[in-house]
Design a protein. Structure first.
Length: 177
């Protein structure tokens, strides 16, 4: 499994590097801090990311005492306003709060950022150099996933299939990898 997910970790390292750079650059405009969980939602992941995270977490001694029912839409790995899988959190979670640049469905460039951040920032001051190019990284992740699912022998996923993050609990409890 590790050989199949090597590209994922390389991409994640690049994303983490850029995220840290942008966090430093926008420090005075970011309200993000420990305990803030406004963006912690029940996301779904491409198989390459899901199985990379599952594989990384399998050897950790996580306490799986998650409530069977969480508030609709909340991440099941959020406990007491903290991420219990923070070191292995998905890529989308690694970029929250940052100014994300992407092309919307009307094929127009759009900027997204947490409503708590950039409240005193002039949106016209955002450039390619101080925003996160979400489409580029999503494209890279998509291509890695295509290769990953092609090599999976025991699973049959389409290139657009997503797996709910909450399904990690079943994988961790049953140790199915």
């Amino acid at each position: 499994m590790k050989a199949k997910t090597k590209g994922y970790y390389k991409l994640r390292e690049e994303i983490d590097w850029l995220a840290k750079k942008l966090e430093k650059q926008h420090k005075k405009h970011l309200a993000c801090k420990m305990g803030c969980d406004l963006c912690c939602m029940d996301y779904s992941l491409l198989p390459v990311e899901f199985y990379s995270i599952a594989n990384a977490l399998k050897d950790q001694n996580l306490k799986l005492d998650y409530p069977s029912v969480t508030k609709e839409g909340n991440c099941v790995f959020l406990k007491d306003h903290k991420c219990t899988i923070y070191s292995e959190r998905p890529i989308i979670c690694r970029t929250h709060g940052l100014p994300l640049l992407y092309m919307n469905e009307n094929e127009e460039w759009e900027l997204s950022a947490c409503e708590l951040n950039f409240t005193t920032f002039d949106m016209d001051d955002f450039t390619n150099e101080n925003t996160f190019p979400q489409d580029r990284f999503n494209s890279d992740l998509f291509m890695l996933n295509k290769e990953f699912i092609r090599e999976l022998k025991d699973k049959n996923y389409g290139e657009f299939d997503l797996i709910p993050l909450r399904e990690l609990i079943n994988h961790l409890e049953t140790r199915k990898y």
